[in-house]
Ligand binder design. Structure first.
Ligand code: UDP
Ligand code: MN
Length: 471
């Protein structure tokens, strides 16, 4: 049973207009289990006033499980056409499957997206759709409870304030985060059960007026399979004149992934790193100068070919969408308090011995291992480094520093204020170890990297840092 949040019992005192907008509920699925999929459908039919439920549109994203074939087609006949099933002819991924769903679902005024493993709560509909009925540029997200993937117990999610209220957020590497609802936002509400503003949504469960979603161009058609689309739609809504609200009185349970479950693998026709490419498309389109913080956190994405985004940029221009700076200052102002802006990169790429074919290579070592010298391969990976404004010479979340013998250069995990030790003098082809005043040096023959007294005549102290070409 759902652990009750006492302040939410006040939800029962709200009155909703009895002429709310109608909805199409869209459920996209790929190889979902029978009972979880059908529980989603049954709970919607049982707990939604019939006059508001125009249709349920199921989009099968190229599943191959037997129970999702005829058995499913037969089963939904009991609802005499209320539940419709469309099948993708190839695996589209959840993002494009949701855009396809928007095209197929044309009977309701609002589109309500649900993952295929949800259970809507009692009276979920009114609170979720009422804000949209008042203002069609509002997009709403229910309070999502966590259904355990094995025991099916229901719990409120973590990450909120003492009452469980959270806003949707991200860190600078674009991982989804929840941050507690802060005082400034609380002051905007008259009661605790009112909808409140959120910078971002988690992505799977939300309601949006259908025409408004089309005006926003649905999802970027270049986003593939999974990831980043929740931020794309959130930024688009806020920066282009809409609002995103979390609605405490509309509760829907969602089964979260079990530990270790990575999701269904992308199909063979999709290239490498679709999720990372999605992130790059989103930051390149919406983050303006803030994109440097993303690249500072995920330098490996600097080499990704993320495709053409000129249509998206044109959309932003034509709709006079606001800047990311405006968004960060007015709406997402609390995120840097939880996830401080990382120091920006000054340079990134391979660190090559000047006019040589040898590069610094971490050899995959971390947390105290030595860095070495190896033949440059220009593939990034263990030869991709960056030096940032905080004087850190880094690879992933690791910093280069001096080893215990005071000479060898090692690589070890660091926070923003640790191992702020390096300066790169591009014209002199030199890396200075600021804390000792020594210079970065090497032996190509012994494959060793170390620091030693600076000597302008030593070619082994000369370096160049080169960007690596896009792949
Ligand atoms: N899904 C899909 N195609 C895919 C991957 C996922 O249609 O290629 C569906 C999936 O069945 C689910 C929804 O998209 O209904 C969201 O995916 P998932 O639940 O795996 O994401 P999560 O909630 O774990 O972020
Ligand atoms: Mn899900």
């Amino acid at each position: 049973a759902l652990r009750t949040l006492s302040h939410l019992s006040r939800c029962k005192y709200w009155h909703y207009d009895d002429r709310l907008m109608t909805s199409s509920v869209v459920i996209v699925f790929h190889n979902e289990g029978w009972s979880t999929l059908m529980r989603t459908v049954h709970s919607v039919i049982k707990r939604t006033p019939r006059k508001y439920l125009a249709e349920i549109v199921m989009i099968d994203d190229f599943s191959n499980k037997a129970h999702l074939k005829e058995r499913l087609e037969e089963y939904i006949k009991q609802w005499n056409g209320l539940v419709k099933l469309f099948r993708n002819e190839k695996r589209e991924g959840l993002i494009q499957a949701r855009s396809i769903g928007a095209n197929k679902a044309n009977k309701g005024q609002v589109l309500i997206y649900l993952d295929a493993h949800c259970e809507v709560g009692i009276n979920w509909y009114g609170p979720l759709v009422a804000p949209i009925s008042k203002d069609r540029t509002v997009c709403t997200v229910p309070m999502i409870d966590s259904i355990h993937g094995q025991s099916f117990t229901v719990e409120p999610q973590g990450g909120g304030d003492k009452d469980g209220f959270a806003r949707g957020a991200w860190d600078w590497s674009m991982l989804w985060k929840r941050v507690p609802l802060g005082e400034a936002e609380k002051k905007l509400r008259k009661t605790q059960t009112e909808p409140y503003r959120s910078p971002a949504m988690a992505g799977g469960l939300f309601a949006i007026e259908r025409d408004f979603f089309f005006e926003l161009g649905l999802y970027d058609p270049g986003l593939q399979i999974w990831g980043g689309e929740n931020f794309e739609i959130s930024y688009k809504i806020w920066q282009c004149g809409g609002q995103l609200l979390f609605v405490p009185c509309s509760r829907i349970g969602h089964i979260y992934r079990l530990q270790g479950w990575q999701g269904n693998p992308p199909p063979a026709h999709i290239g490498s790193s679709p999720t990372l490419k999605n992130y790059v498309r989103v930051v390149e389109t919406w983050w303006d100068d803030y994109k440097d913080y993303f690249y500072a956190s995920r330098p490996e994405t600097l080499t990704l070919a993320y495709g053409d985004i000129s249509d998206l940029k044109r959309f932003r221009e034509e709709h006079r969408c606001k800047s990311f700076k405006w968004f960060m200052e007015e709406i997402a102002y609390d995120i840097p308090q939880h996830y401080p802006l990382p120091p920006k990169n000054v340079e990134w790429g391979e660190i090559r011995g000047f006019e040589s074919s040898y590069c610094i290579d971490s050899m995959g070592h971390t947390n105290g291992g030595n860095v070495e010298i190896g033949p440059c391969h220009r593939m990034g990976g263990n030869q991709l480094f960056r030096i940032n404004e905080a004087n850190q010479l880094m690879q992933y979340d690791q910093c280069l520093t001096r080893g215990d013998d005071n000479s060898a250069v090692i690589i070890t995990h660091c926070d923003q204020n640790q191992h702020n030790e390096w300066k790169y003098f591009k014209d002199l082809h030199r890396f200075t170890h600021v804390t000792t005043g020594k210079c970065l040096d090497r032996s190509d023959l012994l494959h060793k990297v170390f620091i030693s007294d600076c000597d302008t005549s030593k070619t082994t102290q000369k370096w160049e840092m080169n960007n690596i070409v896009a792949v």
